[in-house]
Design a protein around this ligand. Structure first.
Ligand code: PGA
Length: 255
């Protein structure tokens, strides 16, 4: 098994105004003057806070990402941001396909595919989210459901290096509910995602692609999650809003 750098990624969602973002970013920079070997740290603030957070974390070993992007380069797309805009603001990553965007904003697999391609073409790394609802989990078809999302969302993506894309498995029933999937649940689906990535991109690339788990990941469960062979870190919502919790997850992942 290749030695993949773990990724601990914070998804702030729609939390923190500019002053609050400054406070959290400063606390994070202070709590993480360095990160353990083999771990990479990423924060994804709301678009309005990106420039500010970039200024505050510049000297810290923390990468910056957005939570959304539009695939067109520029023009009359009110409310949207392009890949180049995110890049010029200091982003290197962008979350796409989060279940909240799929559910509340009716984004489709085709939308994710356009976003993924535009990001990779611009030199940004998509953090492609996938995951099943409780209904699909209970019907027992969750692996197939997630595999299909990956196939559709990342179809035709042109990558030459495994670091050009990240996949995050986030079972919807575990997001913000306090109900974490067990490490075994996470491994089952993350392993199936890796097999799918092998079919799509070949064994060598797929072996190096980070597959994260997300859904009530916290300091108390991060170690057992990343101990699984196909879980290469976490996409963290709630626990990323407290600097001490998030920093502790980074440290525990590295132990
Ligand atoms: P949570 O959110 O950690 O609050 O469950 C994870 C996510 O939705 O990315």
């Amino acid at each position: 098994m290749p030695n993949r750098t773990l990724l601990i990624a914070g998804n702030w969602k729609m939390n923190n105004d500019v002053a609050e973002a400054v406070k959290l970013a400063d606390e994070l920079a202070q709590a993480l003057p360095e990160v353990p070997a083999g771990v990479e740290v990423l924060v994804c603030p709301p678009t309005i806070d990106i420039t500010t957070v970039h200024d505050r974390i510049q000297a810290a070993p923390i990468a910056l990402g957005a939570q959304n992007v539009y695939w067109e380069a520029k023009g009359a797309f009110t409310g949207e941001s392009s890949c180049d805009m995110l890049k010029s603001a200091g982003c290197t990553y962008c979350i796409i396909g989060h279940s909240e965007r799929r559910d509340y904003f009716h984004e489709t697999d085709e939308d994710q595919n356009k976003k993924a391609k535009a990001l990779v073409a611009a030199g940004l790394v998509p953090v492609f989210c996938c995951g099943e609802s409780l209904e699909v989990r209970e019907a027992g078809t969750y692996v197939e459901h997630v595999v299909n999302q990956v196939k559709a969302g990342l179809a035709g993506l042109e990558i030459t290096c495994p670091k050009q894309v990240v996949v995050a498995y986030e079972p919807i029933w575990a997001i913000g509910t306090g109900k974490t999937a067990t490490a075994e649940d996470a491994q089952e689906v993350c392993g199936a995602i890796r097999e799918t990535l092998k079919e799509m991109f070949g064994e060598e690339l797929a072996d190096g692609i980070r597959v994260l788990y997300g859904g009530s990941a916290k300091p108390g469960n991060i170690a057992e999650l990343v101990a699984k062979p196909d879980v290469d870190g976490a996409l963290v919502g709630g626990a990323s809003l407290k600097a001490a919790d998030f920093a502790s997850m980074v440290v525990k992942a590295g132990e």
